[in-house]
Design a protein around this ligand. Structure first.
Ligand code: AMP
Ligand code: ZN
Length: 473
C-alpha cells in the first residue's frame, strides 16, 4: 500500500511500527460552532482511510481530539454570557451528531484538551529540562526553535528564511521571545479566562502541545500516521514534531497525510471554505437539503489531495450516482426474493470472475494513496455488471454474491447500501403530534429527539403561527 508522505513529498510503501496494527492521529476541530463541510472533509477522508485498513485486516487505533480550550471558545462564551465549558460541550455533542449522520465511525478515543493538562505540564517540564523551552518574565513558556535542528523538515521551510521574514515583527506581549519563531507552550491567564495552576504561572496551554501529548498518551511515542487538513502543516504539525521529537527523543510519526481544501466559488473565484471568510455551509444546513450520505459520496468523488469545489451541480451528480448504487442493490434484493435456490451457472461464474477483477481494481485504486475517485469508478462498473447480468433466471448464489460484493466495497467508503425508508404522511403527522404533546409536558429533550429523528429521515419542521408545518428535504 502506498501513501503520499508530506514529509518526503513522495509516495511510500506503508510499513507500520507494529505489523498488523495502525496507530493514527487526526487533528480534530476547535469546538465553538457547528462544523462546516470544509471541516467534514478530513473527517470523511480519514475515516475512509481507517475503514480501508480495517478491510485489509489491520487493527486500527484511531485517535482524534477536540480542542475545547481556545481564544475563540472563550470569546463565544463571553458573547453568550456563559462559560467555555458549556460552549465546548454543546458543540462536541453537535459535532458528534453530524459525524454520525456522515457515517463516520466513532474514534477509539476522542481526547479533550482540558482533560489532558497534567500530561501537557509534564511534557513542558521535560522540554525545559532538556533546554528546548524557556520561561519568560510573565510566566509564558516558549519552545526554543533554534535548538531543534530539524525544525522546518515537514513544511520544507528554512529557519533562516522564516527568521528574515519575521525580524521586525515582535507581537506585543511577546517581547521576551528569544526568537520570532519560538512558539507558546503555556501562557498566563487573562481576567475571566479558564486556567490551571502550573510551576510557571496560572494559565493555559498553547494549541500545539495538546496534540503531542494526546498522541503520546493514547498511541505511544512513535505513531504510524498523523493527519489533518493541509493548513495544519505549518505551523501546527511542524511544532508538534518539534515538541514530540525533542521531548521523546524518537521519530514522531512515520507518515504525514494532508487533505487539500474544500473550496467554494465566490464571484467566480475559488476560495477555501472557512469560518473567518464567512463563505461556509454547516453540515447541519446541508443535512436539511440532502441525505448526508450524498455529502460523503461527493467528498470521496475526488482524490483527497486534490482541491474540491463545492457546488449544487456536483452534489446533484453525487446524489444521482449514489442513487444508481442503491437502485442496483434493490434490484438484487428483489430478484433474490424470487430466484430459485441453486448454484451459479457457467455464465454466472464467468461474471463473478469479472466482479472479482473489479474488486481488485477497487483495491489497487485504494492502495495507490487512497484514490477514492478511481475506487468509486470501479464500484460503478460493478453496479453496471450487476444490472446487465441479472434476470429472471439468475441463481440465488449469483445474486447473493453480487450483493455482498457491492455492499463490502461501499462499506469501505462508509456508504450505506440500504435506502432509508420514506415515512408516510400519516406517520409524520403522528410524530408531530407526539412532539407537540412532549412540548406541552415541558419534555423538551423528547421534543428535540423527535424533531431530530424526523430530520434524519428527511423531514423538516417549521414552527409557524398557524402551527407546525413540514416538508420533505
Ligand atoms: P479547525 O477547527 O479550523 O482547526 O479545523 C479542523 C480541521 O478541518 C483541520 O484538519 C483543518 O485543516 C480542516 N479544514 C478546515 N477548513 C477546511 C477546508 N475548507 N477544506 C478542508 N479541510 C479544512
Ligand atoms: Zn493537532
Amino acid at each position: 500500500m502506498k501513501i503520499y508522505n508530506t514529509m518526503t513529498k513522495g509516495k511510500e510503501e506503508f510499513i507500520p511500527v507494529n505489523p498488523g496494527e495502525v496507530r493514527m492521529y487526526v487533528c480534530g476541530p476547535t469546538v465553538y460552532n457547528f462544523i462546516h463541510i470544509g471541516n467534514a472533509r478530513p473527517m470523511i477522508v480519514f475515516d475512509t482511510v481507517r475503514r480501508y485498513f480495517e478491510y485489509k485486516g489491520y487493527k486500527v487505533n484511531f485517535v482524534s481530539n477536540f480542542t475545547d480550550v481556545d481564544d475563540k471558545i472563550i470569546k463565544k462564551a463571553i458573547e453568550e454570557g456563559t462559560d467555555a465549558d458549556t460552549v465546548s460541550k454543546r458543540y462536541i455533542a453537535e459535532c458528534k451528531k453530524d459525524m454520525e449522520g456522515m457515517n463516520i465511525k466513532p474514534a477509539t478515543k476522542n481526547p479533550l484538551a482540558t482533560e489532558e493538562i497534567n500530561g501537557m505540564l509534564e511534557m513542558i517540564r521535560t522540554l525545559i529540562e532538556k533546554g528546548y523551552a524557556y520561561v519568560a518574565k510573565d510566566g509564558t513558556v516558549y519552545f526554543r526553535v533554534r535548538n531543534f535542528k530539524d525544525y522546518g523538515k515537514l513544511s520544507h521551510k528554512n529557519l533562516d528564511d522564516l527568521q528574515s521574514g519575521f525580524r521586525e515583527i515582535k507581537v506585543r506581549g511577546e517581547e521576551d521571545k528569544e526568537d520570532a519563531n519560538d512558539f507558546v507552550l503555556w501562557k498566563p491567564k487573562k481576567e475571566g479566562e479558564p486556567y490551571w495552576e502550573s510551576p510557571w504561572c496560572n494559565g493555559r496551554p498553547g494549541w500545539h502541545i495538546e496534540c503531542s501529548v494526546m498522541a503520546k498518551r493514547y498511541l505511544g511515542e512513535e505513531i504510524d500516521i498523523h493527519a489533518g487538513g493541509e493548513d495544519l502543516v505549518f505551523p501546527h504539525h511542524e511544532n508538534e514534531i518539534a515538541q514530540s521529537e525533542a521531548a521523546n527523543g524518537k521519530k514522531f510519526a512515520r507518515y504525514w497525510m494532508h487533505n487539500a481544501f474544500l473550496n467554494v466559488d465566490t464571484n467566480g473565484r475559488s476560495q477555501k471554505m472557512s469560518k473567518s471568510l464567512g463563505n461556509f455551509f454547516t453540515v447541519r444546513e446541508i443535512s436539511e437539503r440532502y441525505d448526508l450520505q450524498v455529502l460523503r459520496f461527493f467528498m470521496l468523488s475526488a482524490h483527497y489531495r486534490s482541491p474540491l469545489t463545492f457546488s449544487a451541480e456536483l452534489m446533484e451528480a453525487s446524489k444521482n450516482g449514489l442513487d444508481r448504487i442503491l437502485t442496483a442493490m434493490e434490484r438484487l434484493k428483489e430478484a433474490k426474493g424470487r430466484a430459485p435456490e441453486g448454484r451459479m451457472s457457467g455464465a454466472e461464474e464467468e461474471n463473478a470472475k469479472k466482479a472479482e477483477a473489479l474488486t481488485v481494481k477497487f483495491e489497487s485504486a485504494m492502495e495507490d494513496d487512497f484514490n477514492t475517485a478511481d475506487a468509486i469508478a470501479a464500484v460503478f462498473e460493478l453496479v453496471k455488471l450487476s444490472n446487465s447480468t441479472i434476470n429472471a433466471d439468475s441463481s440465488q448464489s449469483y445474486l447473493s454474491f453480487m450483493e455482498a460484493r457491492i455492499r463490502t466495497l461501499c462499506d469501505v467508503m462508509g456508504i450505506l447500501t440500504e435506502r432509508k425508508e420514506e415515512l408516510l404522511d400519516s406517520e409524520i403527522e403522528d410524530m408531530i403530534a407526539a412532539r407537540q404533546a412532549a412540548r406541552k409536558a415541558k419534555d423538551f429533550a423528547k421534543a428535540d429527539q423527535i424533531r431530530n429523528e424526523l430530520l434524519e429521515r428527511g423531514i423538516i419542521l417549521e414552527d409557524t403561527r398557524e402551527g407546525v408545518k413540514w416538508k420533505r428535504a
